[in-house]
Design a protein around this ligand. Structure first.
Ligand code: NOJ
Ligand code: MG
Length: 544
């Protein structure tokens, strides 16, 4: 038996045959720019800082970076309230700094995705100012304006995802405008061809500047039922869930026409060659699948698959979930998996650090494109935010319900300098409590760290194409052990993950002999018929 530990920082170029698009075997890394690296000493991450950290990402072994919004914005929702779709917010730098990042990413053989926020603009956008000015404005119909209900109050019962009614009254013209999120984020009217044309120009602008694709914010929200009927009440609503759950979003989201819009985005992207569109869509699997589109009208390349965010951490439940997702994929639809984001609680906070290592192995050995969220590779867990440091409007508007997202948005910890090398000034959000040990410099020195594990797994995935593009077969679970096989060409790998905190019996399938233990979430060792507590392994099997 031979151990095969990968070294960090393996070469980056992917060797994808030209018949397969690059993103099928790629690993995406999400940067939350406010919290990645500050370059100008104001306590907020920016493009100059990001540029300095590109070598880190290259050495980590990821293939593509998705940057959450960096466009001009009043920052009511930290950039998801865009006031100019074709600019860079001065907080993050300027267009020259952006161009340097694009160049630096490409020079290292990586790709760059931006965040496209089509459902709503900031109310500070010039389009909205014009729309708001009068009912006769040429841009009135760029947003969704309605009279109040005859009995008074908002036009219908739709609720905002951030709490309260989805309608804001505007005295200038005595009408309400729709905002599915904050009042500062007015929903654009995608049924208006002028909006489509203007936003198409936005996509063109960035494609022509060299970006390799987009993550599309709340794609399933973009089109609403034409006559805006009341949403049905949610029979499962109980107070404390958050206002958005009061009603089912039947008429305010996921309308049939959305697929034509997704197909139009796709056709535009394909017109530029080799680009990638990832759709943010939070829907049950059967409805999610429709976002792949059809052979005649393909939709986004990757409708984000968020199921691991809140799936019970249990081997047989995860096995069923993986099988059901794979089975639901349309022909030609490429899978993808996400473990964390700037919106979701950190997984390590939910399942603990030992299981977060198992989760990393799961993410990086499943079939499909994985997305890693910044900081998960350090094992950052739950971060308690002191009340006076809360910044997320979601928490400020609906306090105490556990909806706050600041805990997932705390700064990256780079080293043991003050503020963890993130900034010379106090960061906009506090650091995680364990930053003195859970930082890049410290973990870099420690082969047992989460960072070292991520690097090993990323290198392994790059070396063994069975792990990225190979077929998957999920095996029957044994106790707490989730097992699946991956095959590509002559390569036959077995992944076995102990999702529990007790040792589990484990044997390789009959007719196999082990050729190699390729990776473990713990120290590499020989097999002895068990998996240790919280242990995951990748094995190369050979026929007996
Ligand atoms: C999803 C984004 O990820 C989230 O951060 C934001 O608040 C909403 N969309 C609204 O844009
Ligand atoms: Mg800064």
């Amino acid at each position: 038996m031979r151990s095969d530990h990968a070294t960090a920082g393996t070469a980056l170029q992917t060797d994808v045959p030209s018949s397969r698009p690059w993103w099928e075997s790629a690993v995406i890394y999400q940067i939350y720019p406010r919290s990645f690296q500050d370059g100008d000493g104001d306590g907020i991450g920016d493009l100059a800082g990001m540029l300095r950290r590109l070598d880190y990402l290259a050495a980590l072994g990821i293939d593509a970076i998705w940057i959450s919004p960096i466009f001009p914005s009043p920052m009511a929702d930290f950039g998801y309230d865009v006031s100019d779709y074709c600019g860079i917010d001065p907080l993050f730098g300027n267009m020259a700094a952006f161009d340097r990042v694009v160049e630096g990413v490409h020079a290292r053989g990586m790709k760059l995705l931006l965040d496209f926020v089509p459902n709503h603009s900031s109310t500070a956008h010039a389009w909205f100012a014009e729309s708001r000015a009068s009912q006769e404005s040429a841009k009135r119909d760029w947003y969704i304006w309605r009279d109040g209900a005859p009995q008074g109050g908002p036009p219908n019962n739709w609720t905002s995802d951030m709490g309260g009614s989805a309608w804001a009254y505007d005295a200038t013209t005595d009408q309400y405008y729709l905002h599915s999120f904050l009042e500062e984020q007015a929903d654009l009217n995608w049924r208006n061809p002028a909006v489509r044309a203007a936003m198409t120009d936005v996509l063109r602008f960035w494609f022509e500047r060299g970006v390799d694709g987009f993550r599309i914010d709340v794609l399933w929200h973009c089109i609403k039922a034409e006559d805006l009927p009341d949403n049905p009440a949610n029979p499962d609503y109980v107070p404390g869930m958050g206002e958005k759950f009061r009603v089912l979003q039947r008429h305010s989201t996921n309308q049939p026409e959305i697929h034509e819009l997704a197909a139009a985005f796709r056709a535009l992207a394909d017109g530029y060659g080799d680009r990638l569109l990832v759709g943010e869509i939070c829907l049950p699997v059967d409805e999610l699948m429709a976002y792949y589109g059809s052979p005649d009208a393909p939709g986004v390349h990757l409708p984000f698959n968020f199921q691991l965010f809140d799936a019970p951490w249990n081997a047989s439940i995860l096995a069923s979930l993986i099988k059901a997702y794979e089975a639901a994929l349309p022909s030609g639809g490429w899978p993808n998996w996400v473990l964390g984001s700037h919106d979701a609680p950190r997984l390590a906070g939910r399942v603990g650090e030992a299981q977060a290592r198992v989760a990393a192995m799961l993410l990086l050995t499943l079939r499909g494109t994985p997305t890693i969220y910044q900081g998960d590779e350090l094992g950052i867990g739950r971060v308690a935010i002191p009340p006076d440091r809360i910044r997320d409007p979601q928490e400020l508007r609906q306090p105490g319900l556990g909806l706050g997202r600041d805990g997932a948005r705390t700064p990256m910890a780079w080293d043991e300098r003050p503020y963890a090398g993130f900034s010379a000034a106090e960061p906009w959000l506090p650091l995680h409590g364990s930053w003195r040990t859970h930082n890049v410099a410290c973990e870099d020195q420690n082969p047992a760290s989460m960072l070292a594990l991520y690097r090993r797994l990323l290198a392994l995935r790059r070396r063994h194409r069975a792990l990225s593009i190979g077929a998957i077969e999920v095996l029957a679970c044994e106790g707490d052990v989730l097992r699946y096989e991956r095959r590509h060409g002559d390569e036959h790998l077995l992944v076995a993950l102990n999702l529990g905190s007790e040792p589990q019996p484990f044997s390789v399938p009959a007719k196999s002999e082990i050729v190699d233990v390729l990776a473990s979430t713990r120290a590499l060792r020989t097999l002895d018929g068990t998996l240790a507590a919280d242990e995951g392994m990748v094995l190369r099997l050979g026929a007996a």
